[in-house]
Design a binder for this molecule. Structure first.
Ligand code: SF4
Ligand code: FES
Length: 250
């Protein structure tokens, strides 16, 4: 298929970007969206032009690095799918496709489609861990009984790949879905309950410091999340944050 692309080009964080027109011909319907971008970049390099910068790593839907806004949606038009797992058969010959970076105040553009998502790492550093000793004298996994429903909910929350698509989907650029998944995956389990109050308080405070917006219950985050993280996690985070605020000794 032959495609027209309108791609955001921006030299660096401080420069002004704009959409530029490109054409790619003979794109295989079986290629992935990133392979189509590779094809474009090879053509640009052959012509001596600057290739389009974009993030990617595993290309298997597990690392969360790919982060394009495609036709107005983070990760593009296919639900439950990361950009790297999106295939060109989802598009038609002659289509015009808009490709932009994830947009949020807390995600400054580094170059073209690549944004700095280190704010998410700093939220994790603020509390996304357990301090119990998990090496050396580890207990057998089954020695601490965990209700099946809690184990399943914790596992589902832990499937968040940290891509930031929820932030890009939200009109407030809120990171609540991401933070709530990272809080839930630990606080639902006995090992994570020890410092649950500190965790939720510190992670929410860091989220606010990073400049993410407030949640106003739009729900676009869960709609666009490629791994199906549920809004129930946000409800759990709100309950835990309120409880921690009311019982804090500080
Ligand atoms: S909640 Fe979903 S959209 Fe948000 S960072 Fe995690 S995987 Fe990505
Ligand atoms: S490149 Fe790893 S999830 Fe897309």
């Amino acid at each position: 298929m032959d495609l027209k692309l309108k791609i955001w080009r921006q030299a660096n964080t401080n420069s002004k970007g704009s959409l530029k027109d490109y054409q790619v011909k003979n794109v295989s319907a079986d290629s992935s969206f990133l392979e189509m971008m590779d094809q474009l970049n090879e053509e640009l390099i052959d012509k001596g032009d600057d290739p389009v910068a974009f993030d990617h790593d595993c290309r298997e839907g597990i690392c969360g690095m790919c982060s394009m806004h495609i036709n107005g949606e983070p990760h593009g038009p296919e639900s439950g799918t990361t950009t790297c797992q999106l295939h060109m058969r989802k598009f038609k010959d002659g289509d015009t496709i808009y490709v932009e970076p994830f947009r949020a105040k807390a995600f400054p553009v580094l170059k073209d489609l690549a944004v700095d998502r280190a704010a998410l790492d700093r939220v994790i550093q603020a509390g996304g861990f357990v301090s119990v000793n998990t090496s050396g004298n580890t207990l057998d996994a089954n020695a601490i009984p965990v209700p099946k429903a809690d184990a399943d909910a914790a596992f589902n929350a832990a499937t968040c790949i940290g891509c930031g698509g929820c932030v890009a989907a939200c009109p407030n650029a809120s990171a609540m879905l991401f933070v709530s998944a990272k809080v839930s995956q630990l606080s639902l389990l006995p090992q994570g309950k020890v410092e649950a109050k500190e965790r939720v308080t510190n992670m929410v405070n860091q989220m606010d410091l990073e400049g993410f917006g407030n949640c106003s219950n739009v729900g676009a985050c869960a709609e666009e999340c490629p791994v199906g993280i549920s809004l129930e996690n946000i409800a759990r985070l709100n309950r835990e944050y309120l409880s921690a605020s009311l019982t804090s000794s500080k």
